[in-house]
Design a protein around this ligand. Structure first.
Ligand SMILES: [Zn+2]
Length: 236
C-alpha cells in the first residue's frame, strides 16, 4: 500500500516537473507558443504564421502588435466612399529605414507586415549577401481607387483601400541600389536578393506578386493583405 502511494506521489511530481519545464520552454520560445501575443523581436516558430495571419483579420490584434513591438501607430481619420472607403487608415513607417516617397498611407495590416518583413526577411538577407543594411525602400504607391487592371468592371484592387504597397527598389547603407525592374534578371547577387526577399514577403503578406507573375509587375513587388477568402495566400 505504502509503495503504491509513493509511486503515485512520484508520478504526480514527475508530471508537475514536466508541466513546469514545458511552461518555461514555451516562455523562452514564443514563436512556438500559439497563445503568446506576437511581437516584432520574436524568433519565428511553428505558431508564427498563424499569428501573422491574425494581423490582417483582427484590427485590434494588429494595433496591439504595433504597441507591443514599440512601433509607431499613426492613425488617420476614415476617408473615401464606396469601394474606396478607408476606415483602417494610417501613415506608414518602418523601423530603422525610410520609405520613399515618405509616409504613404496604408492599413495596419500592411504596416505590421512590412515591419516583420524588414526585420526577419530583408535585413538578415541584406546583411548576409552584401554586409550592409537596407536604409531606404522605394515604392510606387499604396492608395489608388481603382479596380484590378484599371478597368471599369471586375474586382477592386487592394490598393483601393490602401491595403497594398508596390515596392520598386532597395537602397543599402553602403550606397548599393537594387531595383526590381533592372535587377530581377540582372547581376547574380542582386537578382538572388530580390528573389529571396520576395519569398520572405510571402510569410507576412497574404498576396505577393513579382515580375514572375506578369508583365504588369515587371518593375515592382506588389504586397497586399487581402482577406476576402479565409486563408487566402498567393505568392508568385
Ligand atoms: Zn500593387
Amino acid at each position: 500500500m505504502t509503495l503504491s502511494v509513493d509511486r503515485i506521489a512520484m508520478a504526480l511530481l514527475l508530471i508537475a516537473c514536466l508541466a513546469l519545464a514545458g511552461r518555461n520552454w514555451l516562455h523562452d520560445h514564443p514563436g512556438d507558443n500559439p497563445w503568446a501575443p506576437l511581437a516584432l523581436d520574436e524568433a519565428p516558430g511553428w505558431a508564427t504564421s498563424r499569428k501573422l495571419a491574425a494581423l490582417r483579420t483582427d484590427l485590434a490584434t494588429c494595433h496591439a502588435f504595433l504597441a507591443r513591438s514599440g512601433l509607431p501607430d499613426d492613425r488617420r481619420p476614415a476617408t473615401g466612399a464606396g469601394a474606396c472607403r478607408r476606415e483602417d487608415r494610417m501613415a506608414l513607417t518602418i523601423p530603422g529605414a525610410s520609405l520613399s516617397p515618405h509616409h504613404p498611407e496604408s492599413t495596419c495590416g500592411v504596416d505590421a507586415a512590412l515591419a516583420w518583413w524588414l526585420r526577419h526577411g530583408v535585413q538578415p538577407q541584406a546583411q548576409a549577401m552584401f554586409g550592409s543594411q537596407v536604409v531606404r525602400i522605394e515604392h510606387l504607391g499604396t492608395v489608388n481607387c481603382r479596380r484590378i487592371g484599371n478597368g471599369d468592371t471586375g474586382a477592386w484592387s487592394e490598393h483601393a483601400t490602401g491595403n497594398a504597397i508596390d515596392v520598386s527598389a532597395f537602397v543599402l547603407a553602403n550606397g548599393r541600389r537594387i531595383e526590381v525592374r533592372r535587377d530581377w534578371k540582372g547581376g547574380v547577387n542582386d537578382a538572388a536578393f530580390l528573389h529571396v526577399v520576395r519569398d520572405e514577403a510571402c510569410k507576412s503578406f497574404s498576396t505577393v506578386l513579382s515580375p514572375d507573375y506578369n508583365a504588369a509587375h515587371a518593375d515592382h513587388l506588389h504586397l497586399d493583405q487581402a482577406n476576402r477568402v479565409a486563408g487566402w495566400k498567393a505568392c508568385h
